[in-house]
Design a protein around this ligand. Sequence first.
Ligand code: SF4
Length: 266
Amino acid sequence: MTTPSNYLEILKLLPQTNCKDCKMPTCLAFAVEVVQGKKTMADCPHLDQAVVDEYRVRPARGNQMEEDLAQAVDQLRSEVRKVDFAVAAPKLGARLTEQGLAVPMLGTDFMVDSTGLVTSRCHVIPWVHIPLLQYITTCQGVEPTGQWLPMRDLRDGMEWGQFFEHRTEVPMKRVIDGYLDMFKIMFEVFGAQPAEAFDSDIAVVLYPLPKVPLLICYWRPEEGMDSDLHLFWDVTAPDNLKLDALYYLGVGMTMMFEKVAQTHGD
Ligand code: SF4
């Protein structure tokens, strides 16, 4: 029996047709779930039984996931090294500096040098690091239009929409429920712009990346009714960031909000 050590090894064993028969949006997403122990190789109906029997995957320990994320960052850094920053900066909505690119994310500059190294006065977590590097390598520079869609209604976004709701909207609502007054202030710190045309109690547009705005609509709880929160991307979002990176970006922002609440909320 063989035990693959990370999701990339598992991915190589899969048909890579992204057929979704395993109820995952891509083979890559399936491989990550296998490493996390949420799915098994047998959940892909297109693998030979011999492969399923040969490759029994033990769920990854926490540090295995960190190693996998670090490996993904390394691969993206090698792509960033090929980018001409002077040409890319206007398309990205970034500034060219002596150190490289200054990319504003939620009101703070993240500096990216020519080796793909990212620095910021904020802690740079992989869930934000990965979409930032993908943005630099794949953004088409399409200007946002102000037309908003939930993740599931974006082009090819149906499958990712389910995961996005589960990993981003639900926990973000929970954290804002608990720290509403603080987040009204934090949204200003994050450079939020009010979106007054919406009938929610809070409607703000945040810029987690310069050409990938996110609309947050939050409704307070009322007599007999729970609170509610919905997130919307600009309709152009998939032109500027791949759907998987949009998902990571949403999860990364949610983790940041949770961290802010833990640090400043009590
Ligand atoms: S069923 Fe198998 S081939 Fe199809 S998306 Fe899932 S992992 Fe990939």
